[in-house]
Design a binder for this molecule. Structure first.
Ligand code: GUN
Ligand code: FE
Length: 423
């Protein structure tokens, strides 16, 4: 359905702010020209002629953003989960990613990832491809065909990886420039994002070239930051004050005209956190991955309190679950462990806070996305929570809470992205 004026009726929930859920039972959510016109207890006169999609008894929620996910890692997820980051990269990730040199292989395997994303609650994603330019374009094409909104990166790597997954510095920059030329304006809803893998994978020379490309095209940037002890102990930034400063010295760390996402930030120093805040760098908090790869527990409460922009990431295949519902539950679980075992001054995250991160928090990287407040792009999904055996007395907030902990994502009945109904 391409029609962009309609009304959804059902049990509506969205974040009013970080601390508050706004709910409306048997409410009306109005989409006008692909944008939310707001939520109403009674349908205003001027919308009476819009087609009514009746989802009475079902939950209607804003679409989620997966702020950090590796598409080529989807097919081997859940392997090597007894390893740490660097060992896991060498044993599983690099050999698997190397296969994406073959665009036929890429098409077949990326299709599976895209189908999982299409049918679940995510409407947006910031996605890593591999170093391979043409396969990355295939991924973008499949996402566009599926109706999703995404930013996708051709990964850059010119050191510390096996020969079969390493570019020369020149090659990495040139392939990136060619890829940007190939995909420029090709996909209305899927856009390129510069993707230096992490510092261990990128020489200063490469980062300098990527900094020049960024300035020329005003591209957004995504990477990994201060994730795991093994990686940070490598000390690959001798000229910089900290890991973030190394990206910053090449103009790849937020600020005006350089929207940036850094995944993890488990081990960030006070100085690094100060710089992220100053530059408006988005943090992709990936709690399941941080546990699986023994990276630790990011101080998410501190980031929220300091007002650093943040969303949630599945980090497939550091994480095993694509579900951002699952990431929300994990964010609460690990924040409780951190509070209990590491630092009692940082209180655990709450349900309204993790719901905010999954919707408005990550959505903000795409603009006005993740809310049903007037003026937000109409990203929504309809969920049937009837199989959770609600005895009838739970309110919408409690039903949401149960879904966060219980869902397998399979109950998504309908989904809308920027006002277009996918199913
Ligand atoms: N750091 C560099 N590459 C990766 C990756 O693929 N996954 C995770 N979790 N961390 C990384
Ligand atoms: Fe990652």
């Amino acid at each position: 359905m391409v029609q962009k004026n309609f009304v959804c009726k059902g049990d509506i929930c969205y974040s009013k702010d970080m601390k508050t859920l706004e709910t409306c039972k048997d409410g009306y959510l109005v989409c006008e020209n692909g944008v939310s016109a707001g939520v109403f207890a009674e349908l205003p006169e001027k919308y009476q002629d819009f087609p009514l999609l009746d989802y009475t008894g079902k939950l209607i929620l804003p679409g989620f953003t997966d702020l950090h996910v590796h598409a080529p890692q989807y097919r081997f997820r859940a392997l090597g989960m007894d390893l740490e980051l660097l060992e896991w990269l060498d044993t599983h990730t690099f050999p698997q990613e190397a296969k994406y040199v073959d665009t036929d292989f890429a098409r077949k395997n990326y299709a599976r990832f895209v189908e999982e994303m299409r049918k679940g609650p995510n409407t947006r994603g910031c996605i890593f491809g591999t170093i391979h330019r043409q396969s990355t374009e295939v991924l973008m094409e499949l996402l566009e065909e599926a109706g999703l909104c995404a930013m996708v990166g051709k990964v850059n790597m010119d050191r510390h990886s096996p020969d079969f997954l390493r570019e020369t510095t020149e090659e990495s920059a040139e392939e990136t420039i060619q890829w940007l030329a190939d995909v420029a304006d090709k996909f209305p809803h899927v856009k390129p994002i510069l993707t230096p893998r992490f510092l261990p994978s990128c020489t200063d020379e490469l980062l300098e070239k990527l900094g020049d490309i960024q300035k020329q095209h005003h591209l957004p940037v995504q990477s990994h930051l201060s994730e795991n002890r093994g990686e940070v102990a490598w000390e690959l930034f001798p000229k910089s004050k900290h890991y973030g400063d190394a990206y910053d010295s090449f103009g790849l760390f937020g600020g005006e005209n350089c929207p940036t996402i850094m995944a993890h930030c488990v081990l960030s120093s006070d100085d690094e956190i100060r710089l992220m805040k100053e530059r408006g760098v988005f943090i992709a908090h990936c709690p399941e991955s941080n546990t699986n790869l023994a990276s630790g527990i990011a101080p998410a409460r501190r980031y929220l309190t300091e007002g650093i922009p943040m969303g949630l990431g599945s980090d497939i295949a550091g994480g095993t679950r694509c579900s951002i519902f699952f990431a929300m539950a994990e964010a609460i679980r690990v924040s409780k462990l951190r509070w209990r075992l590491v630092d009692e001054s940082l209180a655990p995250l709450t349900i309204p806070e993790v719901f905010y991160l999954a919707t408005v928090g990550g959505g903000a990287f795409f603009g006005k996305v993740g809310s049903f407040a007037e003026g937000y792009e109409f990203d929504a999904f309809v969920l049937d929570d009837s199989r959770y055996d609600n005895p009838g007395e739970y309110d919408i907030a409690q039903r949401l809470e149960r879904v966060i902990y219980l869902t397998e994502d399979s109950e998504v009945l309908h989904k809308f992205v920027a006002g277009r109904q996918l199913f």
